[in-house]
Design a binder for this molecule. Sequence first.
Ligand code: GLN
Length: 205
Amino acid sequence: MVKRIGVLALQGDFREHIKAIGKCGVKGIDIRLPAQLDGIEALIIPGGESTTINKLLIKYNFINALDRFNDMGKPIFGTCAGMIMLAKKVVGEEFGLGFIDATVQRNAYGRQIDSFEEYIDLKLNNLKKDKFKAIFIRAPKILEIGENVEVLAKAKNEIVLARQENVIISSFHPELGNDIRIHEYFLSMVNNLKKKREKENVRAF
Ligand code: GLN
């Protein structure tokens, strides 16, 4: 079982993610430099301000290190601004790491005052089926996904949680509130993919 995972701590609400995974019994490590990615099995990219996070990723030389991390099949979870960073296409912007086949649009639900909560159904195998209180803050919208992307939840008829292999995105903030089911799901995925990678490495010898 993975005991520690990284949370990108350049900007945004990384502390809330560290708290949420702490409640799942896993330690969150603040990631502030690309070299720290070598020591971890999975990464969360938090919400915040995507233009700022993008500038800091470039300034601290994270782009190639993140590409390698993703190429190794290590799990990455991007929430809100973090989701924007992981998308293949961001409408009207030059950024987007392209780790998940999704087109997203920033601030597409309106301004700060249009932030909202919605009780949603989660399509996650391992978890209690009660509705999840999803908090949307100047949220980006997922406009389009590729055929390899699995829809895990919808709100207001829009996709709000999706996964492609090792990458998950949510347009809302699962780290706010006390419900840790989505973090638990991510951690189970981290453990499963780690086992799978280890098996593949054994086969490669
Ligand atoms: N609106 C922000 C952006 O585009 C994202 C908001 C959030 O992460 N809560 O960066």
